[in-house]
Design a protein around this ligand. Structure first.
Ligand code: IMP
Ligand code: MG
Length: 176
């Protein structure tokens, strides 16, 4: 049973193709000992598939997690980012790939990038599954983008509405 009407935007097959394309590009651009920082909670499904795709192209990354919050229970960003759970690993001198679900205002990723810069990373790249254009409130840009989507609230493949729908294998737009 679904709580809202969902319009399917991106199929799981299309996601899988794009994830391995991104992994190929990342492997070429970031050949040194890679640290993948997974922004929780929304990117956990994307990150799990991306890590396995990185393995498939011969990479052996280390992984850490950073939990940030910017959205409350609704669909509008509160505009202020907080650390809910900090990194565990040292970022000093590392080549870091930050992985997030979606780049919208850019506040979450700008915050994460600043934090990891402060922690001494040598190089930082950003990979996102989705990007909504025209919504940016900061000048942060993603180096790897799976899909550019229309300005709709989307769920599935890790993305939530009030913490529901993360389990969906596809990306859908909430229509009601
Ligand atoms: P930001 O506005 O770029 O900081 O986006 C922050 C976070 O808001 C993302 O990491 C997502 O977790 C969440 N978010 C933004 N747009 C959507 C959406 O359409 N569906 C679900 N979550 C979203
Ligand atoms: Mg998120």
């Amino acid at each position: 049973m679904s709580r809202h009407k969902l319009e399917k935007l991106i199929s799981s097959d299309a996601i899988a193709v794009q994830v391995s394309t991104l992994a190929n590009r990342i492997a070429k651009d970031m050949p040194r000992d890679l640290m993948v920082v997974i922004l929780l909670r929304g990117s956990f499904v994307f990150a799990a598939d991306l890590l396995r795709a990185l393995h498939a192209v011969g990479m052996t990354p280390q992984v850490d997690f950073l939990t940030l919050s910017s959205y409350g229970m609704g669909t509008e960003s509160k505009g202020e980012v907080q650390i809910v759970r900090d990194l565990v690993e040292s970022m000093s001198g590392r080549d870091v790939l930050i992985v997030d679900d979606i780049l919208e205002s850019g506040r979450t990723l700008a915050f994460a990038k600043d934090l990891i810069t402060q922690r001494g990373a040598r190089m930082i790249r950003i990979g996102v599954l989705l990007e909504k254009p025209g919504k940016r409130k900061t000048d942060v840009a993603a180096d790897y983008v799976g899909f550019t989507i229309p300005d709709k609230f989307v769920v599935g493949y890790g993305l939530d509405y009030a913490n529901y729908y993360r389990e969906l294998p596809y990306i859908g737009a909430v229509t009601i």
